[in-house]
Write a protein that binds this ligand. Structure first.
Ligand code: NAI
Length: 319
């Protein structure tokens, strides 16, 4: 394995998300040590990463300035967590979404790390105050929540524990920028963080409109993919407001009463009943039958679209 000037990062858990992080860190020139409770998972991860990087290179989508072989030489498996964390600057936990399991891992890390390394979790929805409660190194702890697939979707939500040191947030922010991701600072922890709160608000209203027979499931999805989503790949809802009038204040003057009127008609949280789930499923299966082959093919198509969109965005929005 190559020694790296950029520093050493440890990935704990070599599944779907751990592998993506490994590729991203290697693209930024970091040495990456993969650890997993299952040795076979490490072997699978190394093989899968090699294949994935080769096909990215062929598609002209490999990130970073190093060649495939240089990036691969930065990634290695490590059978012992103790050995893996020695000299590491950042540890990214990627084990399954289970609070007790993650707490156990962080307690173990807490007992072996120094005062400098950052302890970061990929959790999608566990609160930092629960995850890092009682750790000696709590100041060095943070959630860095990626979005699937992280190689093509750059957003990372940084969510601190109330006792996380500001330097931990700053260092993690800088590290994410260095590997080409787009970090955002969630200033106070909140259930669902920011991305999933927005996503659930959309799902909730989508569900209600389909349930009430206002729109079919497939037309509902078109409203997003051919309408709102076209903008949202480039500008957010707040900038949309700003641009759709003569600035934000003018937008509020013109449209806030109308927004409030419509928002008052939003009902309670949907029950996600079986009957509506079946109706939505029927609509979805017309386009994508829910067997493993069709779902996998559609995911692959989605990832290819995201890869092309990422290329387009890098051309129109140089960072
Ligand atoms: P996964 O199931 O693909 O991988 C988990 C890995 O952790 C497996 O290789 C497993 O062997 C390993 N593992 C289990 N116990 C362990 C232990 N005690 N020590 C070391 N390794 C252990 O899971 P996935 O999808 O990669 O998710 C990981 C984390 O990332 C979860 O917290 C998840 O919520 C979060 N996440 C997942 C996203 C997704 O779309 N899959 C998106 C964003 C975050």
């Amino acid at each position: 394995m190559a020694s790296s000037a950029a520093g050493c990062v440890v990935i704990v858990g070599s599944g779907l998300i751990g592998r993506s992080w490994a590729m991203l860190f290697a693209s930024g020139g970091f040495e990456v040590k993969l650890y997993d409770i299952e040795q076979q998972q490490i072997r699978n991860a190394l093989e899968n990463i090699r294949k994935e990087m080769k096909s990215l290179e062929q598609a002209g989508s490999l990130k970073g300035s190093l060649s495939v072989e240089e990036q691969l030489s930065l990634i290695s498996g490590c059978p012992s967590i103790q050995e893996a964390v020695e000299g590491a600057m950042h540890i990214q936990e990627c084990v399954p979404e289970d609070l007790e399991l993650k707490k156990k891992i962080f307690a173990q890390l807490d007992s072996i790390v120094d005062d400098r390394v950052i302890l970061s979790s990929s959790t999608s929805c566990l609160m930092p105050s629960k995850l890092f409660a009682g750790l000696v190194h709590v100041k060095q702890c943070i959630v860095a929540h990626p979005v699937n697939p992280p190689y093509y979707v750059p957003l990372v939500e940084l969510v601190p524990h109330p006792e996380t040191a500001p330097t931990t947030v700053d260092r993690t922010h800088a590290l994410m920028k260095k590997i080409g991701q787009c970090p955002v600072r969630v200033q106070k922890e909140v259930d669902g963080f920011v991305l999933n709160r927005l996503q659930y608000a959309i799902i909730s209203e989508a569900w209600r409109m389909v349930e009430e027979g206002i729109v079919s499931p497939s037309d509902l999805d078109l409203v997003m993919s051919e309408g709102l989503g076209m903008r949202y790949a480039f500008i957010g809802p707040l900038e949309t407001m700003h641009l759709n009038a003569e600035g934000m204040l003018n937008y509020c003057d013109r449209y806030s009463e109308g927004m409030k009127r419509v928002l008052k008609t939003f009902g309670p949280i949907p029950e996600f009943s079986r009957a509506t789930a079946e109706k939505v499923n029927q609509g979805m299966c017309l386009k994508v039958p829910d067997d493993p082959e069709h779902l996998a093919a559609r995911r692959q198509w989605r990832d290819e679209c995201l890869m092309r969109l990422a290329k387009l965005k890098s051309r129109v929005q140089p960072q």
